[in-house]
Design a binder for this molecule. Structure first.
Ligand code: FPP
Ligand code: MG
Length: 342
């Protein structure tokens, strides 16, 4: 099984995207280094007690840097050297980091990017307030970018919050579980990927039509990415994930394989269904047993097939974009997402 470690995925994505695109690869690596410098500069701009330590914690712990990479790739459809492109890529990562501060509070997560989560180190109040600071910092930076940046950021943030709340509240009826899952995945995961790509394109002055195609691609890629996360939560050990394995089961959030298994209602899955139907989340031996049964279930293959369908739809959306290295790189990114769970 090839599972890319969450911690090494960042740079290796660039390497894997651009095997035959050396010029693009060099540009991406150079630009990502500049994004990193900008992120550290943001941390340096945090003043007052605690803040620099807290907001620097996840920024320096690393992460895949998928969102800044998408902003840089979106910018390739215009002038990638345009002023503000690096700043825009940093904005994408800051919003993501803010959402992780808040998400880890909601999920009571203790590990993120392979280090203790912000809430585990400083408590929930500090994690929420520092998340707010990161979001505000991103808004401040967006205000100095293209005129589309602030409305796009507002829309993405609204969708992130809506997605989280939808997930928390759950579907109204059992038969709504699957459509509900896709709405949540679209809002809480795809929205920011779509945002990152579009922001890059606008900042670089890309031609008309590019925005719509990137939005469609980002929506499908984002849902596929969420499904790959759900699969990894079941298959990958914590050390590889940089976060706790089986966390979805622990907090009672049903990933796509769980929903598909419950919907299928096969008699052979009765033991697993009984575990999954417990109202509280699963811990200890019960969680290990549920993970073991899930790993062997048909629902995993079914979820993988749905993910592949979304990746095909993402690839199809690329047809509306000008041909070239950036389009090929976005196509290759679909392969990288598929390979996470291969
Ligand atoms: C990870 O989900 C969480 C997200 C992708 C979005 C979280 C969004 C919020 C908390 C809303 C607040 C938004 C802003 C802009 C501050 P997960 O728990 O499925 O993934 P994980 O396993 O990586 O934790
Ligand atoms: Mg979480």
């Amino acid at each position: 099984m090839t599972v890319l470690s969450e911690e090494v995925l960042g740079r290796s994505v660039v390497a894997r995207l651009a095997v035959r695109e050396k010029a693009l690869e060099r540009r991406m690596v150079r630009s990502l280094d500049r994004v990193e410098e900008r992120l550290l500069a943001c941390v340096g701009e945090a003043s007052g007690p605690l803040l620099a330590d807290v907001v620097g914690h996840l920024v320096t712990a690393g992460g895949k840097r998928i969102r800044p990479l998408l902003t840089l790739l979106g910018a390739e459809f215009g002038d990638p050297g345009a002023p503000g492109v690096i700043e825009a890529a940093a904005v994408s990562e800051l919003i993501h980091t803010a959402s992780l501060h808040h998400d880890d509070v909601m999920d009571e997560a203790v590990i993120r990017h392979g280090v203790p989560s912000v809430n585990a180190c400083w408590g929930n109040t500090v994690a929420v307030q520092s998340g707010n600071w990161l979001l505000t910092k991103a808004a401040q930076m967006a205000a100095g970018l293209t005129s589309e940046a602030v409305p796009l950021q507002a829309e993405a943030s609204e969708r992130l919050v809506r997605g989280q709340l939808r997930e928390l509240v759950g579907p109204t009826r059992p038969q709504d579980r699957l459509p509900h899952y896709f709405e949540v995945a679209s809002d809480k995961s795809a929205s920011l990927l779509s945002f990152a790509l579009r922001l890059g394109a606008f900042q670089a002055g890309a031609p008309r039509g590019v925005d719509e195609a990137l939005a469609q691609y980002g929506e499908h890629l984002g849902v596929a990415f969420q499904i790959s996360d759900d699969l990894l939560d079941i298959t990958a050990p914590s050390a590889q994930l940089g976060k706790e394995q089986g966390k979805d089961l622990a907090v009672g959030v049903a990933g796509l394989p769980v929903l598909l298994l419950l919907d299928a209602g096969h008699a052979r899955d009765a033991e697993l269904r009984a575990l999954l139907n417990r109202p509280a989340g699963l811990e200890g031996a019960e969680r290990d047993r549920a993970l073991e049964l899930l790993q062997r279930s048909e629902a995993m293959d079914h979820a993988r097939a749905i993910m592949e369908g979304r990746l095909s739809a993402a690839r199809a959306a690329l047809a509306a974009l000008p041909r070239g290295a950036a389009r090929r790189a976005l196509d290759a990114l679909c392969g990288v997402v598929a390979a996470r769970t291969a």
